[in-house]
Design a binder for this molecule. Structure first.
Ligand code: FES
Ligand code: FES
Length: 173
């Protein structure tokens, strides 16, 4: 089947098998390998991309479901060599270790900040609850997203709702 998709602002046309999942279309046919595959079962969020601005797990959609729509992947965050504030936030706040979850985590964060410029810690944690990280823990990821909120919307850190006291939690939002 023929699909026409706008990917990171560029019109792309391709022939796909009807069973091809969006994540494999992006990785294998378009060569956009920044989107990872962790579980293939809709659990981990490593494959998260934006579809018409909404974060979706691209292992849960067929490529043909993206026909006529706009997809944004992690490769589409940086512009002209300048990191997107979400990318800069993860860098500044050490929001990653192995980096496997990071592309999906950042796409979820970008979608969150589009619809909620000044999220609370609880709102950030709820937003990333479908994105699992197995090595960083979530404290620095939350800080990274708050850093991005400050950069994107000029919110002074005093305007951002306070963070909860640090915990030893490493798994779960
Ligand atoms: S690979 Fe899609 S949710 Fe894990
Ligand atoms: S940084 Fe390793 S899984 Fe999240």
């Amino acid at each position: 089947m023929k699909v026409n998709v706008t990917v990171n602002g560029e019109a792309r046309e391709a022939d796909v098998e009807p069973r091809t999942l969006l994540v494999y279309f992006l990785r294998e046919q378009l060569g956009l390998k920044g989107t990872n595959v962790g579980c293939d079962t809709s659990s981990c969020g490593a494959c998260t991309v934006l579809l018409d601005g909404e974060s979706v797990k691209s292992c849960t959609l067929f490529a043909v479901q993206a026909d006529g729509r706009a997809v944004r992947t992690v490769e589409g965050l940086e512009r002209n060599g300048v990191l997107h504030p979400v990318q800069a936030g993860f860098k500044e706040e050490h929001g990653l270790q192995c980096g496997f979850c990071t592309p999906g985590m950042m796409m979820t964060a970008a979608a969150l900040l589009e619809r909620n410029p000044v999220p609370t810690e609880a709102e950030i944690r709820e937003a990333i609850s479908g994105n699992l990280c197995r090595c960083t823990g979530y404290v620095n990821i939350v800080k990274a997203i708050r850093h991005a909120a400050s950069a994107l919307y000029g919110a002074r850190s005093a305007e951002l709702p306070a963070l909860a006291a640090p915990s030893t939690e490493t798994v779960g939002a």
